[in-house]
Design a protein around this ligand. Structure first.
Ligand code: LUZ
Ligand code: MOS
Length: 751
């Protein structure tokens, strides 16, 4: 009996459709429960001159108001301890919590918020990477990765191009907003329900801020309605705010952000602005690359240093670059702290090099695919990354070949050129990009997991790990692994609610590696139980239930803990060298777009995605990750745009103004597939992580837009920023038209 490798339906598939699936805010109101909200800073940077909560206190139904004075500690942070839960004298972003309000009703909360008198002296805010650079306002040190002799390579270069890659931020747009309920227990203990990817971090931060011991705080997570990195760190704030109220009032306390507030007060994907200079031969071989990456970290560090490290480790992507210098600096601005978001800096690094390759091709008047395959990492040589890790089991050359064949790239490239020469109304573009995504947390100690397995006498099994379910299917995969270990039907295995009471000091469900690590820990626990059962069985091959009964009567333990620590990984952030990743998940995609020459509106006509995901644990779930990741990335690169007023207020704080992809934005032809292989023996059942990598293949859509513009630009490199919205595309088209007014027709470009 085996369920690994089968498209077992997602655990929650039925519950999500019927509405049975429970989320934090589905919990019925407890007796005495308080509703919680907070007054947040309406200005991006300012000094609080005065704060008066007396009127708010006397609003009927208001139970309590708290400021930072009510916390045992106010300072925390996942990497640098630079973050305040509640603002003290200075506010540094719009949405920063200042006063926590607890009330009997939503009406009372609103009335109290309106009755708080606050006077803030405005200070000069910083909203852009350029301005932060001018003021030298950085978070942490500039980090570097370097190899070879860049100066010598530039001196000897046949061609040099310079430019800047610019991408905007993005909102996570999880359907379920940030949410937490805190229940007070006896003697200051607390139990929290939290919509978090990271129950252990919530536990640690809540205990710290309230001056409790960690063993007094239990945090549980049943599931999240999406997270995408947005609940890796920033679920902690609502949880801590609810916990403060429960701790002080001894009443249950609930906080649930509405969508508009959620979008305004939480951070998102990091905008980047990366200056590059690349040297290459006349036939397109890259000889040197210098990239200075700058991210907009927002007001606090959050995970920005780890995100920058991942961006820096992904600038090479699928390509061997012999001489390279990468620098990464994080700008401190007055936006909400930007945070983890599916890909974690990887997409911003990969987009930088894919955009450069597109530009080299325009410069040399070559097919960009030829430039890409020429520079691709080799199988036995040219296979060492700039930071020194060897690209083992390199499937990239095969992925390029197969993906291009399946997508019929070469024929369609000719068809696109013909179409563009013929059509006066539309413009098409085609691009093929790749991904090589490193799997493991780039913070070594996070690469560990533990599991608890309980076997019952009727043969059923419960398994608990630190993994949290956010829709990605980790629970289903863990069930499959446990069922296979015991050789029982998957229906006999339940994954229990994630709780810090059962699994201690767990890492965030993040870095695509939750199934890898927690699945491995669960299997470790199963094997310990199995070893004891084998002794009881002594070769008799007893049926499962009979064996369990006999073991129980012989007083043999039917439960155990498992542990897993990823082996062989090292990262030296200061020197920028090491083996940070256990393996790479790779892929390739071809996308074709069509642009309306008069409006700039863009449609994806077709995308072909081909990935190496090893031997998938669950091909159905993995296909879901591939399509969802690709579409989410396409949204970031083409639809979703964060707009602010001149004083930094987010204008795009709801789906009416912030455009995430919907069904019409899915490519009209969308082919997803993977090459199955058993080579990835370093990971559980030869599988590979699949959560984040496919997002980066959406860069093929962006490059296809750039390719389309190149048919009009008369040999010049078309500039294009992400997101390439209709408006951005139209502006670029208009620029090109102005320049080309007296230039030859597009056909003469010869592309
Ligand atoms: N979180 C983290 C992540 O702390 N380190 C990582 O390397 C990472 N990578 C992807 C997503 N989340
Ligand atoms: Mo993440 S970006 O929470 O893996």
């Amino acid at each position: 009996m085996s369920s690994v490798g089968k498209p077992v339906p997602h655990d929650s598939a039925r519950g999500h459709v019927t509405g049975e699936s429970l989320y934090v805010d589905d919990m019925p109101l407890a007796r005495n429960e308080l509703l919680v909200d907070f007054l947040w800073s309406p200005v991006a940077h300012g000094r609080i001159r005065s704060l008066d909560t007396t009127a708010a206190c006397s609003v009927p139904g208001v139970v309590a108001l708290y400021t930072y004075h009510d916390l045992a500690h106010n300072l925390f942070g996942p990497i640098l301890k630079d973050e305040l839960l509640l603002a003290e004298d200075v506010v540094t972003f719009i949405g920063q919590p200042i006063v926590v309000i607890a009330a009997e009703s939503r009406e009372a909360l609103l009335a109290a918020k309106a009755a708080i008198k606050i006077d803030i002296e405005r200070l000069e805010p910083v909203f852009t990477i350029d301005e932060a650079k001018r003021r030298k306002q950085f978070i942490g040190p500039t980090r570097r990765i370097a190899r070879g002799d860049v100066a010598a390579a530039f001196a000897a270069a046949q061609n040099i191009l310079e430019g800047t890659w610019i991408n905007g931020g993005a909102d996570h747009f999880y359907l379920e907003g940030q949410a937490a309920i805190a229940y007070p227990g006896e003697f200051d203990s607390l139990t929290l329900l939290s919509s978090t990817q990271n129950p252990s971090e919530v536990q640690e931060v809540v205990a710290h801020l309230l001056g409790l011991q960690e063993n007094q705080v239990v945090v549980t997570t049943k599931r999240m309605g999406g997270a995408f990195g947005g609940k890796e760190c920033q679920a902690t704030h609502p949880a801590a705010i609810a916990a403060l109220v429960a701790h002080k009032t001894k009443r249950p306390a609930r906080i649930v952000y509405n969508k508009d507030d959620d979008m305004r007060v939480t951070g998102g994907r990091h905008p980047f602005q990366n200056d590059y200079k690349v040297a290459f031969t006349n036939d397109g071989m890259i000889t040197a690359l210098k990239v200075d990456l700058f991210s907009d970290g927002g007001a606090f560090a959050d995970l920005s240093p780890a995100i920058m490290a991942r961006a820096m480790c992904h600038v090479d992507n699928a390509y061997f670059i012999p001489n390279i210098e990468i620098a990464g600096s994080i700008c401190r601005t007055n936006h909400p702290p930007n945070t983890a978001f599916r890909g974690f800096g990887g997409p911003q690094g990969v987009a930088t090099i894919e955009n450069i390759l597109e530009e080299i091709a325009v410069h040399l008047k070559r097919d960009p695919l030829e430039i890409r395959t020429k520079n691709c990492y080799g199988i036995d040589d040219r296979n060492v990354t700039p930071y020194g890790e060897v690209v083992r089991n390199n499937w990239l050359p095969r992925l390029f070949t197969e993906c291009v064949d399946r997508a019929d790239y070469r024929r369609r490239r000719i068809a696109v050129a013909e179409f563009n020469a013929r059509s006066k109304t539309h413009l098409r573009g085609l691009a093929c990009t790749a991904v090589k995504f490193g799997i493991s947390f780039n913070t070594k100690f996070l690469n560990q997991a533990n599991a608890l397995v309980n076997v019952y006498l009727d043969g059923s099994v419960q398994v608990s790990t630190g993994a949290t379910e956010m829709g990605q299917g980790v629970n289903t995969k863990i069930r499959q692994l446990v069922a296979d270990e015991f050789g029982i039907d998957i229906g006999m295995v339940s994954v229990m609610i994630t709780s810090t009471e059962k699994n201690n000091n767990t890492s965030a469900t993040a870095a695509s590696s939750a199934a890898d690590m927690n699945g491995s820990a669960a299997v470790d626990a199963c094997r310990k139980i199995k070893a004891r059962l084998a002794e009881v069985d002594a070769g008799r091959k007893l049926p499962w239930r009979k064996l369990l009964r006999e073991a129980y009567e012989k007083r043999v333990s039917l439960g155990d803990r498992g542990f897993y620590a990823t082996q062989g990984i090292e990262w030296d952030a200061e020197r920028g060298v090491g083996n940070p990743f256990l393996y790479y998940t790779q892929g390739c995609a071809v996308s074709e777009v069509e642009i309306d020459r008069f409006t700039g509106m863009m449609r994806i006509l077709r995308s072909d995605v081909l990935m190496d995901i090893g031997k998938p644990l669950n091909p159905g779930i993995d296909r879901g990750q591939m399509s969802g990741g690709f579409i989410q990335g396409a949204g970031w690169l083409t639809n979703e745009e964060m707009r602010y007023t001149p004083v930094g207020e987010l204008l795009t704080h709801s789906p009416t103004t912030y455009k995430i992809p919907n069904i019409q934005d899915v490519p009209e032809v969308f082919n997803l597939d993977y090459i199955e292989n058993e080579a990835n023996t370093v990971n559980i059942r030869a599988s590979k992580a699949v959560g984040e990598p496919p997002l980066l293949l959406s860069i093929s859509v962006f490059c296809a837009v750039k390719n389309a513009l190149s048919y009009l630009s008369n040999g010049a490199i078309p500039k294009l920023r992400a997101p390439a919205t209709g408006e951005e595309i139209l502006m670029r088209l208009t620029e090109i038209k102005k320049k080309a007014r007296f230039a030859p027709s597009p056909m003469a470009v010869g592309r």
